[in-house]
Design a protein around this ligand. Structure first.
Ligand SMILES: Cc1cc2nc3c(=O)[nH]c(=O)nc-3n(C[C@H](O)[C@H](O)[C@H](O)COP(=O)(O)OP(=O)(O)OC[C@H]3O[C@@H](n4cnc5c(N)ncnc54)[C@H](O)[C@@H]3O)c2cc1C
Ligand SMILES: *[C@@H]1O[C@H](CO)[C@@H](O)[C@H](O)[C@H]1NC(C)=O
Ligand SMILES: *[C@@H]1O[C@H](CO)[C@@H](O)[C@H](O)[C@H]1NC(C)=O
Ligand SMILES: *[C@@H]1O[C@H](CO)[C@@H](O)[C@H](O)[C@H]1NC(C)=O
Length: 459
């Protein structure tokens, strides 16, 4: 049987609890202890805790320490960190995975290893290489970061009639170059109005007070016309609540809730933008939002730059650093159950993705592993997958780091015990053999094998 490892259960393709082959779930739900060491600004968090639990616990100990985690409190720390993990602190402090000091992992031989005991390359691989390929991570030691006691939020919507497209044009020129205390993302969706138009929302967290924010905006992005009345000052933990969609009057304890309200079906994809998208690109996009399937479609533009530009592409497996202006998350939601609806909605998303191709990163068209998308390529089910075949999806998520990930996998799990539709392939049992006997490659590729070891038997 295959193993499925679950922390927060938020995998976009359900890889932590769904499979086409018989499987066992290792659920970390009962491993949720969090120990905070204020003196040294770090913490140990067990693998099954959620982002909300972690940030809540930190806030109970300090008003000026935080962690660069994700925006949604129900996401599990292990999926988040092992795939990178970003939120509004990314431009200042990088990813969750950039702030890891140590980890405890159970390897394929059942040994519990800390950073010192594990291969240094394994410690590299689990910080961004996607969970579930290397072992079961049972705890992370994280570095806490400084947050000011007052932060400022704003949420400014504009329609196309209110210069929406022009504002996006300007945003693309400044968003990744702004002061790293300032993170302004854009949310695009169909506006709720009698005449078709688009709502372009500028949503921002500023690590400081409104008095420092306004002059900064007047200097760098005056076109948005931000005024004091658009802004809300609060503590950092209140901003976590607010950005997660709660109001600041709700008790902080809602962050401890592992269940989500109003769960909908959705399909998502991601893209990286390295050159500003011209107006004409957006003008072609708007009509798609007016189609029936796009009633609840959302595009989210997350700015890069700042700390993200300072970390090299190969520091950890997450490769999307300098040169990226922003990341796009494409999302479409729907309520109705049923294959027909699902097919229509997913087709709409694929059409959108294909429309966006000329405007986004190329060779490879990069993607974020934590927005897992099985459309971009999968391993063979229940069989062996060559490095070459896995590269179809692997290079998109990890670019030049994919090869090293496969080498680490080969070292620590050569027989590919920890595997799923998009797990890192082990090269030992297949690729080495096929390089020696390349003539048999066409015969083996795609063969459904019951046990990986059977490859040796066939050869
Ligand atoms: C509503 C929502 C909001 C989100 N917001 C953000 C965001 O703001 N920022 C961001 O970066 N991402 C965000 N994501 C994406 C999120 O980071 C990924 O879906 C992440 O993989 C989820 O982690 P999880 O532990 O909840 O998921 P799971 O489904 O439990 O796990 C995800 C993957 O990691 C593996 N895994 C889980 N636990 C372990 C472990 N202990 N050891 C080894 N492998 C493990 C699983 O097998 C699976 O392959 C969001 C997702 C959702 C659904
Ligand atoms: C749109 O931009 C023009 C000039 O660039 C400006 O005069 C006008 O006030 C803007 N409209 C809105 C609603 O901001
Ligand atoms: C859209 O606007 C109408 C009228 O203002 C309102 O009744 C309705 O609730 C709105 N729908 C959504 C989804 O916000
Ligand atoms: C947790 O969330 C669920 C779903 O939104 C809700 O019904 C429940 O009341 C919440 N519990 C707490 C303690 O907030």
């Amino acid at each position: 049987m295959e193993i499925r490892i679950r922390s927060g259960g938020h995998d976009y393709e359900g890889l932590s609890y769904v499979s086409n082959v018989p499987f066992v779930v290792i659920d970390l739900i009962n491993l949720r202890e969090i120990q905070i060491d204020l003196e040294n600004s770090n913490a140990w968090v067990q693998g099954g805790a959620t982002v909300g639990e972690l940030l809540y616990k930190i806030s109970q100990k300090s008003k000026t320490l935080g962690f660069p985690a994700g925006v949604c409190p129900t996401v599990g720390v292990s999926g988040l960190i092992s795939g990178g993990g970003y939120g509004f602190l990314m431009r200042k402090y990088g990813l969750s995975a950039d702030n890891i000091l140590d980890a405890h992992i159970i390897d394929v031989n059942g040994r519990v290893l800390d950073r010192e005991a594990m291969d240094e390359d394994l410690f590299w691989a689990i910080r961004g290489g996607g969970g579930a390929s290397f072992g079961v991570i049972i705890a992370w030691k994280i570095k806490l970061v400084h947050v000011p006691s007052t932060v400022t939020l704003f949420n400014v919507p504009r329609t196309l009639e209110q210069n929406g497209t022009k504002l996006i044009r300007k945003w693309q020129l400044v968003a990744n170059k702004l002061d790293e205390d300032l993170n302004i993302r854009i949310i695009l969706e169909r506006a709720n109005s009698s005449t078709p138009t688009i709502k372009v929302t500028f949503e921002s967290l500023f690590l400081g007070g409104v008095d420092r924010l306004i002059p900064l905006m007047e200097e760098k992005f005056p076109e948005l016309g931000l005024v004091k009345e658009d802004c809300n000052e609060m503590s950092w933990i209140e901003s976590v609540l607010y950005l997660a969609g709660f109001t600041k009057n709700e008790p902080l304890e809602v962050l401890l809730n592992r269940t989500h309200d109003g769960v909908l079906f959705f399909k998502a994809k991601s893209d990286y933008v390295r050159d500003p998208i011209p107006d004409i690109g957006f003008e072609g996009l708007w009509p798609m939002f007016y189609e029936d399937e796009a009633k609840a479609a959302v595009l989210i533009f997350t700015p890069y730059g700042g700390r993200m530009d300072e970390i090299s592409d190969s520091e950890i497996p997450f490769p999307h650093r300098a040169g990226n202006i922003y990341k796009i998350q494409h999302l479409v939601f729907w309520k109705e159950k049923g294959d027909e609806v699902e097919k229509r909605q997913i087709n709409w998303m694929r059409k959108l993705y294909s429309y966006m191709e000329p405007f986004v990163s190329k060779s490879p068209r990069a993607a974020y592993v934590n927005y897992r998308d099985l459309d971009i390529g999968v391993n063979n089910i229940n069989g062996f997958t060559s490095y070459k075949k896995a590269s179809i999806w692997g290079l998109k998520y990890f670019k030049n780091n994919f090869k090293k990930l496969a080498m680490v996998k080969t070292k620590v799990d050569p027989l590919n015990f920890f595997r799923n539709e998009q797990s890192i392939p082990s090269m030992s049992s297949f690729d080495n053999i096929t390089t020696m006997h390349s003539s048999i490659l066409p015969c083996l590729e795609g063969v459904q094998l019951e046990f990986p070891r059977a490859v040796h038997a066939i050869v």
